[in-house]
Design a binder for this molecule. Sequence first.
Ligand code: UD1
Ligand code: CA
Length: 484
Amino acid sequence: MPLHDSPAEPTAVTAIVLAAGAGTRMRSELPKVLHEIAGRPLVGHALAAVAGLGATRTVAVIGHGRDEVSAAITAIDPSVLQVVQAQQRGTGHAVKVALEALDAPPAGTVVVTYGDVPLLTSATLSELVESHRAASRAVTILSAELADPAGYGRIVRGGDGEVQAIREHRDASEDELRIREINSGVLAVDADFLRRAVTALRDDNTQGELYLTDIVAHAVGDRLPVGAHVLEDVWQTEGVNDRVQLAQLGRVMNDRLVEHWMRQGVTVVDPATTWIDSAVELAPDVTVLPGTQLLGATIVATGATIGPDTTLRNVEVGAAATVVRTHGSDSVVGEGATVGPFAYLRPGTLLDAGGKIGTFVETKNAHIGPGAKVPHLSYVGDAEIGAGANIGAGTITANYDGVAKHRTTVGEHARTGSDNVFVAPVTIGDGAYTAAGTTVRDDVPAGALAIGEGRQRMIDGWVEAKRPGTSSAEAARRSRETRE
Ligand code: UD1
Ligand code: CA
């Protein structure tokens, strides 16, 4: 039920995301818009904001690092039309190139945003478009009042407060430089006006570029209505130009994500040391302890406790599970399962409900069945551990023969002894036992006990004879003398 839409005032929105710039100040091999905050490239944040706008068409203008940027955009949203701006001749030129690439001229409103402004939200873009339509303007600028406006284009207003122009910092007069209201660069523009205005742009400025911002003076000259939508939340207008800003905006975005999850019912004991990527999903009554990073597509179900000092990337954690001082990726932790302290879950770990991966345990490509336990000091790789099985302390799956990986299978409710080596491929049957210190090279039948070690042999008096004068020899002598 858009308030301000009527057949005469089309609701169509075309979004143009400018992302062709070089990003020289990043000093990076990686194109600027592919640097990440909250686990998502800058251009991904820009496209997510635009996606929430429900645009009819989204055009991304790319240039520098186009192959990499193009691949990233395709991966994020293949429906985005990508246009190459071979030479960066200014924001106005970029928009011109975008408009020329459309198969039909845009109707309604065109929204221009930047690929390097990551905190801008869909809600803000929607408000901008609403305000633009409500006032039936030719151009609506998303502006903000900054304490330090240096570098930004300034919003020049007339005596009546009406917007008259955007003046670039480099082209501004002394008086204009004192203006604190800045152009965020994000604009809503009437599509028909924009098509006319970009063809009239001139490069008679200090940078010899086509400035998109010059369309404002053009509209004013044509007595078309121009205005600004002033954004209180100035972080949303901030762009990334160097790695200092990348970290600052990354911190602010994280603060926002952590706050969002707290409001959704997640307990975060220490927001300052908790990092949550934008794609993460947390259920109510999850508890996140200090020093925890929840990254990628990590999903945590209700009642689970994560941390302290835990990093999970693409890990699914079931309800009421606990994951303590753990580093994990591409793994699943079942309901009520426990992990850590000091566990390393490598990709393909699947710990079923009620299972345990304990202390100093590394797992990889391993399915640990319901209620099964790997409590201490073990490496379990390429393995299938049956329900209710218990793996003894210090167990190693020798899964690699130098050429190929092999699987170890342990049956249900098996009890394997401490300090075992399972030389894969090998199978230990259901309910089987293995003795401490066994190197299991041959399959163990269900219900059997495997004892692999050579028997222990004693050489009496060896220490006193071979290590005379040592504290051990002295202790041995005292013991012998009390016995004698
Ligand atoms: C621009 C605005 C300025 C505003 C500021 C906000 C103009 C002329 N100036 O200045 O008023 O305060 O942004 O940050 O618009 N880009 C292209 N192709 C180009 C040039 C730029 O795609 O040919 C892209 C860049 O990748 C970047 C964005 O447009 O994402 C802005 O370009 P940038 O050079 O940073 O503009 P500013 O000089 O900062
Ligand atoms: Ca900039």
